[in-house]
Design a protein around this ligand. Sequence first.
Ligand code: PBG
Ligand code: ZN
Length: 325
Amino acid sequence: MNRFRRLRKTQALRDLVAETRLSVKELIYPMFVIEGEDIKEPIPSMPGVFRWSLDRMDEILSEVAASGISGILLFGIPGTKDAVGSSAYDPDGIVQRVIRQIKAKYPNLIVIADICLCEYTDHGHCGLIGEDHATILNDETLPLLTKMAVTCVQAGADMVAPSDMMDGDVAAIRAGLDAAGFESTPIMGYSAKYASAYYGPFRDAAGSAPCFVDRRSYQMDTRNGKEGIREVENDIEMGADIVMVKPALAFLDVLKEVSEMTDYPIACYNVSGEYAMVKAASANGWIDERRIVTENLTAMKRAGASIIITYHALDVAQWLKEEQA
Ligand code: PBG
Ligand code: ZN
């Protein structure tokens, strides 16, 4: 009785019938850029990931460009923060300057600007805060996000990705980009973004942990799957060109459902906490990093993602190259 085993006999046969294949072109590498000089600062909870200053970024960008990865997702860490996140939408802010430099040297790399205020506000929230120090001022935040998006695209960004989870963000940014003459710049919405403990290491990296209350009044409740579908539908109605589910691994059910419901390109974000767990376990010799990462990313793809944002991107690109050789 070899009914199912016939096609599992050899690697060549298994490769022939594989339903899911990883490809370097579907990968996006997130990067942290920091104000200052001569900085390549390790992030302790994210081994192998660094904060880069503008003058040293080439060390990593040349590697990214050679790897064949399609694009990078940029997070800026400014020199000064304030209550309204001013440096987020300063045409000469850290992210805007970085974008100009990258596009001048690597015109073919897709540069995506993450749009959010939390790395730029002194309170660490993604939007403006009311006088009560608890309420997020949704509508008042929208023009600032729009300004950030427009300045980033003016600097040369190929795409913007609002991660703020304010209602109406995609529509406001779409209108702002169109008005500024950027009708052809796509928006990747962080559509179903959950209030997740998996963002812990990122907040260390970006220094963006909120200093009072948490993000549960704007990010999604992790208990809700259907609500994720509603958020995706809403982002598409507002004009998102790519939708996203974030985090990836604990929300594969949402990813799968989104893929059954829409034909739009779907991204998933393999977030910092997912990365940190794999790195910690493999540093201890408890798991096989390469096989675990491959299995994780394959699961995301199988569930319906066509774009994977991951801190493992450079390693995966290398492994895929080795497989081809
Ligand atoms: C900022 C933002 C976060 C992430 C991406 N954009 C953090 C947050 O919302 O707290 C998380 C990325 C990661 O954990 O790797 N809005
Ligand atoms: Zn944010």
